[in-house]
Design a protein around this ligand. Sequence first.
Ligand code: NDP
Length: 482
Amino acid sequence: MDFSSGFSYAPAPESSSHVKLQKQYELFIDGKWQKPVKGKYFDTVNPATEQVLARVAEATDEDVDKAVKAARKAYDTVWSKMPARERGKYIYRIARMIQERAREFSVIESMDGGKSIRESRDVDVPLAANHFFYYAGWADKLEYAFPGKKPEPLGVAGQIIPWNFPLLMAAWKIAPALATGNTVVLKPAETTSLTALKLAEIIQESGLPDGVVNIITGAGATGAAIVNHPDINKIAFTGSTGVGKRIQQSIAGTGKRLTLELGGKAANIIFEDAALDQAVEGIVNGIFFNQGHVCCAGSRLFVQEGVADKVIRKLKDRMETLIVGDPMDKNTDIGAINSAEQLKRIKEYLKIGVAEGAEMYQPSCAIPKKGYFCPPTLFFHTSQSHRIVQEEIFGPVLTIQTFRTVEEVIEKANNTPYGLSAGVWTDKGSKIFNMTTKLKAGVIWANTYNKFDPTSPFGGYKESGFGREGGLHGLSAYLKNS
Ligand code: NDP
C-alpha cells in the first residue's frame, strides 16, 4: 500500500488549561499534607517535552515510619472497627469522585507519564474508577465471597507500584485493601507520582478517616523502607522481577504476606485459521499499547508459517498508519517513553537485537525531536536464544518467529522464565481450549488482547510473580482465613 499520498489528521490537542498542578507536593500522611522530615524533593518531568511539571517530596525512613504509624492507628481505632457497609460507602465515594474528575486525571496521567490521552482517557481512568466501584460492592459481602470462612483483614498493607499505569495500579492496590478492612501505605514510582497525589486529594475530600490511606513519594530507597518496616503486615508489589526478588528475600522469615506482580514476555500466537485483519489489530494493540510499557504486552509474536508473509505485510501496512508523538493529541497512537532512562534501556535492546543478527524494521513515521520517543519496531529472523526474545524490553519492540505445529508453538511460547500472559488467535474453539490448558501463563486472551476488567483476576507464574489482583482472588490476597 502507498501511504505517501499526504493524507494526515489535523492536530486535535486536549487542553490542559483546566488542570491545576502545584509547584511542590508534600507527603500525604494521616490525612494531612506533611513536609518530608529531611526536606528533600525531586523533580517530576513531562517525558514528551522534558519540562519539569512539579517538585515532589522524597520520603525517608522517618517519613515511612510516620506513615506506617498513622496507618496502624487508623486500623486499630477506626477502620477495622467500622461496619463493612460504611467502609463500602467511602470506597464508592472515591470511585464517584474519580469519575467526576476523570478529565483532569487523564490529562495529568498523560503529562506525567507520556501515554496517549486516548489511552489514559479511555482505559486508565475509567478502569481505575471501576476497580473502586467493584470492590466497594464486595466490602459488606465478604462472607458470601468466601462461604464458610470468617475472613479477617491483615492489618497494614505496604504497596509499591510502577510507572506504567500509575493511577490504575494505585486503584488495583488500594480498592481491595480498603474493602477488606486493611489500611494502606502506598508509594508510586518516582517518575509518575502526580496522579497518585491527586488521588490523595480525592481521598482527603472524600472524608475517609485520617491514616486509612497514606501516599508517600520517593524512589527505590523509600520502597525498601516500606518493605523493611517491622509493623507492615503485607507487601503488594508491582514492578521488575529483579526488585521483586529482592523484596522476597528481605521479608523472608518475617511473617509478612506478599504478592508480586512482575515482568512478562508474552507470546501472541496467530494460527492460519485466524481472522487475520483482527489478529493484526491484536498484534498492534498487544505490543504498542502504552508504548509497550505493559507487563503483559504481547512482545513475542508467533505466526503460523502458511500465513506469515500475509500477516507481516498487513502488520507493516498498519504500522505505517500509526501516529507517534504528542501524548496530548487525540490522534496519537504511541506517546512518549516514560523516562530518559527507559528510552536508553530500549535503545540498548535495539542495538543488542541487531548485534544478535536479527533484522530490524521501523516504519517511516516521524517522531518529535524533543522528548523521549521510540518508533514502533519489529525484529525478524529471531530465535529462542536471542536476548531480545528472552528479556523484557518494556518498549514498543516486537520479535517475530514462525511455527508449523501446535506442539512447536507451545514449546516455544513456554520457553521463557516468565509466565504472565499470552494471546491465541484462531477460528477454532477446541484449539483455544487446547492452548489455554498448555500455555504457562496466568492470563490468556483468545481472539483479543490487553483486555482488563475488575472482576477478572490477573497475575502470573514463574518469574512473573505470584498472587492475583482483581476479582475475588484480589480480595483473598488481603484477608486471613480466605
Ligand atoms: P522497578 O521494579 O525498579 O520499580 C517498581 C517500583 O518499585 C517503583 O515504585 C520503584 O521506585 C520501586 N522500587 C525500586 N527499588 C526498590 C526496592 N529495592 N525496594 C522496594 N521498592 C523498590 O522498575 P523500574 O522502574 O526500575 O523499571 C526497570 C524495568 O523493570 C523496566 O525496564 C521493565 O522491564 C521492568 N518493569 C516491569 C513492570 C511490570 O509491571 N512488570 C513495571 C515497571 C518496570 P522508583 O521507580 O521510584 O525507583
